[in-house]
Design a protein around this ligand. Structure first.
Ligand code: MGD
Ligand code: MGD
Ligand code: SF4
Ligand code: MO
Length: 702
């Protein structure tokens, strides 16, 4: 039997590993790392083979479904698209544009066609009630990039291949494979830091997989990072180590900064953070004396009560140490597609959500308020919802509230290929093709990569005759919803040809800084290396005056709230809930792959032996975790990996719900930690959800 090798990029996470897929035209025989990919160098994680599992999964939907009297029926694409457009149109006609809500989930960002075409559907719907996974994730990064550098996507990444001191706050790239830092083969890249005599320091309430390979790990009380960072900046000034010579050329707002940090001496924050004054001073001294140091923070500090302030202080610390735009520091990328030139710079607080008055960022409200917007009557109430590649019932705070809210909708449509916890509420499900049936170019993750590179792959399998891409579904709905807009005209600058992602990509590549094209990329199926990250200040800044706008007043206004945290001695005693990721999971949607879920059930509550002893709980026995919004019973995993007074439960589990059609065995179904997380707990500056550092009660479950 003749077999062929297909080269492509894995679209499952941000690491964009090159893959080598052996197949016989219809069957996949093996999936391996592509050793000739200059960026990922043959690295893959166990999830890569899940691409085969997803493709072959009998549970994966291949035909539109309609719920009729509580039963699912297969219907034709024409009927499905007509009915969806008709319903959404009628509801908007009767109740206004904002009566239809939209939620865009994470896999959209890993889907080329969706990235390039979702705006057509959004334009056609023209609703202000837009939400996405951004506000349970990286919203603080966008807000900071928008304000400081002039564009929401102008996000610098750690130049980890050239740094010799890597200070990590609340990120676990050894499990996540990196985030807002596209870094395939992170294990070897971290190892290389150690090998060149450098140091990795991890600040985390859990001794994570990354802490295990680091030179040093410091436990920090969840939610207290902004205190720690403020003390570090305090000490930077106190010890005369501020090194802003280059920064002065690019910004002018440094006066008066020092005084704002005076309440946060290392001594003052030691108890609240769990890190001694001596250690805080040592961190600063090591960081400032290293040749190439960089500080980086991710989910553990983005999605917590001081998410934006923490990320801002990490940025400020790097800036004050002269580490922005320096090799081995925090660097900007130069991708082959200038994504920034085709996306808006972003905007903040142009409108407020109806019920809780939360600020919009770039036209999206924080998803923490989605359920109330459905449940609260009045003008502008959401009566119909469209979700695209999202599972907000499992991924957003107070999922049970949302579960109830979705039941009450007049109409719901999901563009998704699984019948899961969210799509079970739909009236119609529109399933797109499998990831292997589409071409792939990473429009976003090359932009966030620790090295400039470019790689394109055509679809591995031709899509079945009666199947549609996400982007085709978007266009079909957009045309039906607003035929007058004359969609094709919008692209006349591309030559009046029929819109496709390939044509758009080709045009964008040709316009990009390396003048590539699809033809050139096809000729190099392993991808092209475009070199290490290069300094680009001030030309690379997007503000017209080519300066960094520190916006200290806006960001540091949150120091007032931080003082309250410092004074809140009661909080020091509370048990705090944090999340966890495992290398064989991907948010909520890979648990149908038997080879990924097999083994010991992973949806456990990690607790410290001291807390276990206090409750009389042994390994494997159940604990009850209770928050303001809910209560869960979870098997305990007793381990000194976790700090005393902290409990860690992974998200994305909880598949045993009526109507879910997934083949996850009962013992692996787990529970959803977002039945505990609180929609009222948000980062005050951005409205991002505070999923980490949530106060809970912990007890033995009978
Ligand atoms: N295998 C796998 N890979 C993934 C995903 C997945 O689900 N599985 N998801 C992908 C997605 S969508 C994302 S956004 C990225 C996320 O990528 P990461 O941010 O690297 O991943 P997390 O595991 O969420 O890491 C957060 C860390 O913060 C710690 N933490 C929690 N609270 C605090 C706190 O208050 N302070 C500090 N300092 N630390 C804290 C946690 O213990 C954890 O180690 O991963 C991506 N990659
Ligand atoms: N407690 C807690 N909650 C969290 C997190 C945490 O750390 N802790 N992490 C948060 C983060 S970082 C994120 S990004 C969110 C993720 O939140 P979501 O994006 O809402 O959830 P996912 O689990 O990624 O669900 C993705 C859905 O898309 C579908 N899908 C996959 N590929 C495609 C495709 O190509 N097209 C279409 N149409 N559908 C597709 C899947 O079947 C699945 O239903 O979860 C957040 N929730
Ligand atoms: S690390 Fe991410 S991109 Fe690489 S193989 Fe695993 S899931 Fe795919
Ligand atoms: Mo994410």
């Amino acid at each position: 039997m003749a077999t062929t090798i297909h080269h492509r990029t894995c679209n499952l996470c941000e690491a964009i590993c090159g893959l080598e897929i052996e197949h016989d035209g219809s069957q996949i025989l093996s999936i391996k790392g592509d050793k000739q990919d200059p960026f990922s160098r043959g690295h893959v994680c166990p999830k890569a083979v899940a691409l085969k599992d997803i493709h072959e999964d009998p549970d994966r939907l291949r035909q539109p479904l309609k719920k009729v009297d509580g039963q699912w029926q297969s219907i034709s694409w024409d009927q499905a698209l007509d009915e969806v457009a008709e319903k959404l149109g009628a509801i908007q006609q009767a109740h206004g544009k904002d009566s239809v809500g939209v939620y865009l989930g994470n896999p959209n960002v890993h889907n080329t066609g969706s990235m390039l075409f979702s705006r057509h559907l959004l334009h056609a719907l023209n609703t202000r009630n837009r939400f996405s996974a951004t506000s349970v994730d990286q919203l603080p990064h966008h807000l900071i990039a928008h304000k400081l550098f002039g564009h929401q996507l102008k996000i610098p990444v750690p130049d980890i291949d050239h740094c010799d001191y890597f200070l990590v706050f609340g990120a676990n790239p050894m499990a996540s494979n990196g985030s807002i830092m596209t870094v395939p083969d992170v294990r070897h890249r971290l190892k290389a830091i150690n090998q060149r005599g450098g140091k990795i320091v991890v600040i985390d309430p859990r001794r994570s997989e990354t802490a295990e390979v680091a030179s040093e790990h410091l436990f920090v009380r969840p939610g207290s990072d902004a205190l720690l960072l403020s003390a570090m900046i305090h000490d930077l000034y106190a010890s005369g180590k501020v090194a802003t010579h280059r920064l002065h050329d690019h910004t002018d707002e440094l006066e008066g900064l020092e005084a704002q940090f005076s309440p946060f001496s290392p001594e003052a924050v030691a108890e609240a953070t769990g890190i001694s004054a001596l250690e805080i001073r040592r961190l600063v001294s090591e960081f400032t004396s290293a040749k190439n140091a960089v500080a980086y923070g991710r989910m553990g500090v983005s999605v917590h009560p001081f998410g934006t302030l923490s990320q801002y202080l990490i940025m400020l610390f790097n800036l004050l140490c002269g580490r922005l735009d320096e090799p081995g520091g925090l660097m900007f990328t130069r991708p082959a597609i200038d994504t920034l030139s085709v996306t808006g710079p972003g905007n903040f607080d142009r409108s407020r959500s109806r019920v809780r008055q939360l600020p919009a960022f770039s036209g999206e409200y924080p998803v923490a308020t989605l359920a109330e917007e459905i449940l609260t009557p009045g003008e502008g109430q959401i009566r119909a919802l469209l979700t695209v590649a999202g599972n907000p019932v499992l991924s957003t705070p107070n999922g049970r509230q949302l579960d109830k809210a979705l039941e009450q909708l007049d109409f719901m449509v999901c563009i998704d290929f699984y019948l899961n916890e969210t799509s079970r509420h739909a009236d119609i499900i529109l399933p797109p093709v499998s990831p292997l049936e589409r071409e792939h170019y990473d429009v976003i993750f090359h932009l966030l990569a620790v090295r400039n590179s470019s790689r394109y792959a055509d679809a591995l399998f031709e899509k079945p005759k009666d199947a549609k891409h996400d982007w085709e579904i978007f266009l079909a709905l957009a045309e039906r919803l607003s035929p007058a807009r004359g969609l094709k005209q919008k692209f006349s600058h591309l030559g009046r040809r029929i819109l496709t992602p390939k044509r758009t990509l080709d045009a964008l590549l040709k316009r990009g800084p390396y003048k590539l094209s699809l033809k050139k990329l096809r000729a190099q199926p392993h991808g092209i290396d475009l070199g290490p990250l290069q300094p680009q200040l001030p030309e690379g800044l997007h503000h017209k005056d080519k300066r960094i706008h520190l916006n200290t007043e806006f960001f540091l206004s949150d120091l007032e709230r931080l003082k309250t945290l410092l004074a809140d001695t009661e909080r020091h005693e509370q048990v705090l809930l944090i999340g966890r990721r495992h290398v064989r999971s991907n948010n909520s949607w890979l648990h149908n792959s038997q080879r990924l879920v097999k083994g010991k059930p992973r949806c456990t509550a990690q607790i410290h032996p001291r807390d276990a002893a206090r409750m009389g709980v042994n390994e494997g026995q159940n604990v009850r975790i209770t928050s303001r919004v809910g209560s869960l019973v979870v098997p305990a995993e007793v381990t000194d990996e976790i700090m005393p007074g902290v409990v860690s439960v992974p998200h994305g589990w909880g598949h045993q719900r009526e109507g879910v059609q997934l083949s996850v065995a009962k013992e692996h179904a787990g529970v959803s930690v977002n039945d505990l997380t609180d929609e009222q707990a948000i980062d005050a500056l951005s409205g991002n959800a505070a999923l980490n550092a949530l106060p809970v009660q912990l007890s033995a479950a009978s």
